[in-house]
Write a protein that binds this ligand. Structure first.
Ligand SMILES: [Ca+2]
Length: 260
């Protein structure tokens, strides 16, 4: 078995053995991660610096009062528990972006302006508009397909914070009330990064003033070939259940620095 085959099937082995999953950074370091905070830090050490943003997507609930769209991002809006379909498309800066899911349930949108026990976080974060709301599913992965990116290396980053302030974790917990759920991103058939999701409430961060480091994020480098679409898939899983919740506040594609 090659190291690449091992890396591809490692999450499945971990699930079968009921042990925590490992990231690429953990594999490289050959040490288990003691906490998602350390894991996140170690992953960032392997990534290039972000250069200019090619585009950013901010998922919004469209309930009143109006949804906050992060400055410099394109908003994609939908209804809480509404008929949002299973495919959403937008074109930004000449890049065709399509969100799709294999589960039959419609996309769901949640956030502070549609739920009385959710808030828009404040404090020293530059991402309040992004993490105020999110797109979600309860029945499986979400895939984004991007067409039109010029060939090169890009930094992909997505954010996963539930703005819920109630006693549970909301979508950050799957079907449990308080156990945080793992999220992973896959590209090119391989798990690139994993993270534990959390919420603003007591079972999570337990505060509404946050910094960017408080926001669970997934990052990886995408190697884009000319004329070929790029697909990234978010998968959620709990170690003890065969269920997949996914919540995504937004994501961005940045050039790497130096640009390749
Ligand atoms: Ca937003």
């Amino acid at each position: 078995m090659t190291i690449f085959t091992l890396m591809r099937f490692l999450p499945v082995f971990c699930l079968l053995l009921n042990i925590p999953n490992f990231s690429l950074a953990d594999l490289n370091e050959a040490t288990p991660r003691p906490s998602p905070i350390k894991e996140k830090a170690s992953e960032k050490q392997l990534l290039p610096a972000a250069g200019e943003r090619v585009f950013g997507i901010d998922f919004n609930t469209n309930s009143l009062p109006g949804a906050p769209t992060q400055s410099g991002f394109r908003g994609i809006s939908g209804l809480q528990d509404g008929a949002n379909g299973t495919s959403l498309s937008v074109t930004v800066n000449g890049i065709d972006i399509t969100l799709s899911k294999t589960g039959t349930a419609d996309f769901n949108f949640r956030g502070f302006n549609a739920t009385t026990d959710s808030v828009m976080p404040g404090g020293p974060t530059s991402l309040s508009g992004v993490v105020a709301d999110f797109i979600a599913t309860t029945d499986g992965p979400i895939t984004v397909t991007m067409k039109g990116l010029p060939a090169g290396d890009y930094l992909f980053r997505s954010w996963h914070l539930e703005p819920h302030t109630g006693p549970g974790l909301g979508f950050a917990s799957g079907s449990s009330s308080t156990d945080p759920q793992w999220l992973a991103i896959e590209w090119n058939g391989t798990t690139q990064s994993t993270i534990l999701t959390t919420a603003l409430g007591e079972a999570g961060l337990d505060r509404t003033a946050i910094s960017n480091d408080d926001i669970p994020s997934l990052e990886c480098v995408l190697l884009v070939e000319a004329g070929k679409p790029v697909k990234v898939t978010w998968k959620g899983f709990l170690l003890s259940e065969n269920i997949s919740y996914v919540l995504i506040n937004g994501f961005e594609i940045c050039e790497t620095n130096p640009k390749s």
